[in-house]
Design a protein around this ligand. Sequence first.
Ligand code: ATP
Length: 308
Amino acid sequence: MRVPAKVNLQLAVGPRREDGFHALVNVFHAVSLFDEVTVKAAPPRQSRALTELTAAGQSESHLARVPLDGSNLAARAATLLAEETGAGSPVDIHIDKRIPVAGGMAGGSADAAAALVACDRLWGCGLPRERLLELAARLGSDVAFGLVGDTAVGTGRGELLEPLASPGRFRWVFALSTRGLSTADVFGEYDRLRPDAPEPRLDAALEKALAGGGARALGRALSNDLQPAALSLLPELERTLEAGRSAGALGALVSGSGPTCAFLLGGGDEDPDEVAEREAGVVAALRSTGLCEQVVPADGDVPGSTVL
Ligand code: ATP
């Protein structure tokens, strides 16, 4: 399975709810930075574990943060499916990781979405899509989006998804930090900074920019309520954002809970040569900060989890 990372075009965060989650309006946009998740029937083994995991692909510092036990989101997806259907013979799951880990791009959620679809096929469960989406939502707020991809708005705690019309195709650059940020820590800092957050709403200017397909309007409409909290925990991100902005990015923001920073370079109606020139400038400026572990271009939007 191939499954994309996401960037949030808008992340509006409301007050903390009674169940501990925050009310969100979360505009997801799938980008061409993919994990590949392979699920195979396991050969007979001594342990009775349902899943055994291996991971490769990303840098050592990222791989070190990927758990290879039952807490891995891909393993949790397989376990949930087995519990719900009564199916479930042991599987080996291999994750070829390209999505930054703990980077605010929902890599773990993407792997969970891929494992859910792969195990559903391998075990012959044949669950209807609505049921898979429901299980995905139980695994985490971002998992359902890994199934659907493209551009969609999530409400509730982010898991109630509606597709958003977005005919344009956009070019992005992602600056991966050498450091990780815990999503829980960033929400905690958000609560400290914004104890009186208003109810979140979809930004009409963003919806209009997406429907129109223009990159400049989209760049102006990008927003992330978690950005001040991420910058408060990791102030160097402001230098990364400023480097990309000064080099001509049309929009710059922290992706989700960070620390990955996203830069919109162009797309839609823009001249491709101009976009390529802007990309070269932004990539060089980001590299010269010395703050980025990797600087990776990608396109969006792209489809969700796909069988290869
Ligand atoms: P989000 O944007 O959904 O908040 P994220 O992109 O910031 O998440 P992930 O890469 O999904 O972060 O990882 C967050 C944590 O989840 C990791 O630090 C790791 O401990 C755990 N984790 C569990 N399963 C996975 C997985 N398959 N890949 C990466 N991390 C995983």
